[in-house]
Design a protein around this ligand. Structure first.
Ligand code: IMP
Ligand code: MG
Length: 183
């Protein structure tokens, strides 16, 4: 795909195929369903990135749940901006509830740390974190992750909800993204 700035945006072959992702989603949903047996939860998706993972995952979790979303961002292009912005907060009160926070990818940990702290101040009964992808080698702030789909190396990836400048979120698979100057 050609970019306005004279750079080509290159999407490699699937790094994680749709089938691999769906198998992992099932595995995570089974673990979550077992761990929360007999409890009601509130599943909170961090938008926009987690929208696809969130909707596939909640379909397979077998405990009663409410859902809600928080819209946050910390990224400018492929660089962590290091500053967090909450664009839209939760609509539900989470006091005394079992919160399952669902994220697409944890990189520096800044986003999750910020949201984790924000939600803990509201006194939930418990708070666990589920992320599809974990770039552990990039971590700047340590954050405990309860459910991790895949640990991946330090590649910038797109698809299955993940974007580059808001593009490629609709790909059903995850691929490595590169940008090259056009000669
Ligand atoms: P962190 O705050 O550095 O942990 O970054 C987390 C957020 O940055 C995620 O919620 C994603 O939206 C975005 N992000 C981090 N790495 C990638 C990537 O490889 N592709 C697309 N978005 C990413
Ligand atoms: Mg995200």
């Amino acid at each position: 795909m050609l970019h306005q700035t004279g750079k080509a945006m290159i999407i490699g072959k699937p790094f994680l195929t749709s089938r691999q992702i769906q198998n992992k989603v099932k595995e995570l949903a089974n673990r979550i369903s077992d761990d929360y047996e007999g409890k009601d939860i509130i599943a909170i998706g961090i938008l926009k990135g987690a929208f696809m993972f969130f909707s596939d995952l909640v379909k397979l979790i077998q405990v009663p749940m409410d859902i809600d979303f928080i819209v946050a961002s910390s990224y400018v292009k492929t660089q962590s901006a290091g500053e967090m912005e909450i664009h839209a907060d939760l609509r539900e009160d989470i006091r005394g509830r079992h919160v399952l926070l669902i994220e697409d990818i944890v990189d520096t940990g800044i986003t999750l740390n910020f949201i984790n702290k924000l939600l803990l101040e509201r006194s939930p009964a418990s708070l666990k974190i589920c992320t599809l992808l974990d770039k552990r080698s990039c971590r700047q702030i340590d954050t405990d992750l309860d459910y991790v789909g895949y640990q991946i190396p330090d590649h910038y990836v797109v698809g299955y909800g993940l974007d580059y400048e808001n593009k490629f979120r609709n790909l059903p698979y995850i691929a490595v993204f590169k940008e090259e100057n056009i000669k």
